[in-house]
Ligand binder design. Structure first.
Ligand code: THU
Length: 136
């Protein structure tokens, strides 16, 4: 699947965002290696800390359905309109558990499918991973 199409899916996933506290709505579309796309949106909470980001919702949906290999993720966030949004540090770390540093990350620039392309490794250099835990 083209990154532009994945980005458009992230824009559509943003429609489902539950963000009454920040009014910052985010959608994510995660492409599994087998071609399946998992969508996620941010889900906020009155107690604030239970809030989850769109990226982790998509990732955990996928992993909970048996997918552990991914080729790309698109993220679309913003207030009234889609504007460039990068995954938070927690989401970068969560993704790094299952995704290679060269996994493509598309960051939506608008609601039409324009995007900036980067990689997980560029967003999270030196990620802590199981390799550091020799012997576990
Ligand atoms: N958020 C995401 O869902 N993903 C990001 O990449 C950045 C932040 C959410 C969390 C919170 O609901 C709102 O955006 C404002 O931080």
């Amino acid at each position: 699947m083209e990154l532009k199409e994945l980005t458009r899916l992230a824009v559509s996933a943003r429609e489902m965002a539950y963000a009454p506290y920040s009014n910052y709505r985010v959608g994510a579309a995660l492409l599994a290696e087998d071609g399946t796309v998992y969508l996620g949106c941010n889900i906020e909470n009155a107690a604030f800390s239970p809030t989850v980001c769109a990226e982790r919702v998509a990732l955990f949906k996928a992993v909970s359905e048996g997918k552990r290999r991914f080729t790309a993720i698109a993220v679309a966030g913003g207030g009234d309109r889609v504007s460039l949004t990068t995954p938070c540090g927690v989401c970068r770390q969560a993704l790094s558990e299952f995704c290679e540093p060269d996994m493509k990350v598309a960051l939506a620039e608008d609601g039409e499918g324009a995007y900036t392309e980067t990689t997980l490794g560029a967003l999270l250099p030196g990620a802590f991973g199981v390799a550091f835990m020799g012997g576990v």
